[in-house]
Design a protein around this ligand. Structure first.
Ligand SMILES: [Zn+2]
Length: 164
């Protein structure tokens, strides 16, 4: 099992924070089998509200699938409490938005699609169609959380940022 963080970087202008909207927010990922390296290139989505039981009494995960090459069953799960908004003071720095618990599946790409909801200082603005116009130089990367300590440090660091 490995924990992988999705980190986000953008230049924020006239926005106080970006948050994924609702428990049905779809995190679109491309996934690779970490046993045999198979990457189908297809997009899959994970949400907080959807989960599937994992065989062998290992709880449930956001996505469970069997690799069509090596036939091994693998899963990837959203760590709900890891989801954090991207705030104005984070602008132009990589910050973790979400952490995935990976058992045999690793994310290789992320697509923001729509539904990223921005909150301005004055009113809620749903800029799902136009968020690219208020964010500049948007980029994403994945980072392995080497241990639980790193994971909690990262959460503590984020929660100490001054976003409301
Ligand atoms: Zn495989």
């Amino acid at each position: 099992m490995v924990r992988i963080a999705l980190q986000f970087e953008a230049m924020m202008e006239n926005l106080t924070k970006l948050v994924p909207q609702g428990e049905d927010f779809r995190w679109y990922l491309k996934l690779k089998c970490s046993h045999c390296g198979e990457d189908s290139g297809k997009w899959h989505y994970l949400t907080v509200e959807e989960s599937t039981p994992v065989k062998g009494g290992r709880g449930s995960a956001s996505l469970v699938q069997r690799c069509h090459l090596c036939q091994r069953e693998s899963s990837i799960d959203i760590i709900r409490e890891s989801i954090k908004p991207y705030c104005a003071e984070d602008s132009e720095q990589f910050r973790t938005m979400i952490v995935f618990e990976c058992r045999g599946l690793e994310p290789t790409a992320f697509s923001p699609r729509i539904q990223i909801h921005s909150v301005s200082g004055i009113q809620n603005v749903n800029c799902s169609a136009s968020w690219r116009y208020v964010l500049y130089r948007v980029s994403f990367r994945f980072a392995k959380c080497c241990s639980m300590i790193d994971f909690f440090h990262s959460l503590c660091y984020q929660s100490s940022s001054r976003c409301i």
